[in-house]
Design a protein around this ligand. Structure first.
Ligand code: CU
Length: 169
């Protein structure tokens, strides 16, 4: 009777050990990027606080904003942006000269090694032109940022009202 009991315990331990080994050895799952609303991390590039300003009235263009962090040891270059929500998307910068605000195209934005760059109203922004649909608050838009070394990184950006930023003008 006692030997049977020991045998049972040994068997149970073997089963538990087997399950643990299966759990830790198991089939390695592909390194899926962590996707959240307005944020994504792929390799050394972390995108956060992505959002699209709801277009004013029926204007066919609007702007997107984002923070890009480079956790790598070498500078990265953002060279483009695209989205199915717009026919054309460009990297833009708002500059003020003689109290006149205007926008200019930017070919590339350097994201310094272990540094970050913020695209925000009044400065760098993602210009979306030829909107393919009316964007309304609460919608989500896929933004694909094109990096020279890291390649394409896509983030889901919520559409937000511009009302929050009216006082910034
Ligand atoms: Cu612009």
């Amino acid at each position: 009777m006692k030997q049977e009991h020991i045998g049972f315990v040994a068997l149970a331990l073997l089963v538990v050990a087997g399950l643990l080994i299966a759990k830790f050895v198991g089939v390695p799952s592909a390194p899926a990027p962590q996707v959240a609303n307005g944020a994504v991390t792929v390799g050394e590039i972390a995108l956060t606080d992505a959002w699209i300003a709801a277009p004013v009235g029926d204007q066919p263009r609007t702007a997107g904003y984002i923070t890009i962090r480079n956790d790598g040891g070498t500078d990265e270059r953002l060279v483009g942006v695209s989205t199915p929500a717009a026919a054309m998307s460009h990297l833009h910068r708002t500059v003020v000269e003689d109290n006149v605000s205007r926008m200019e195209s930017v070919n590339a934005v350097i994201i310094p090694a272990r540094g970050e760059v913020t695209f925000a109203p009044g400065g760098l922004h993602l210009m979306l032109m030829g909107l393919t649909e009316p964007l309304t608050e609460g919608q989500t838009v896929s933004l694909t940022l094109q990096f020279l070394d890291a390649g394409d990184v896509t983030v889901e950006a919520p559409v937000r009202s511009r009302e929050d930023m009216l006082d910034m003008h």
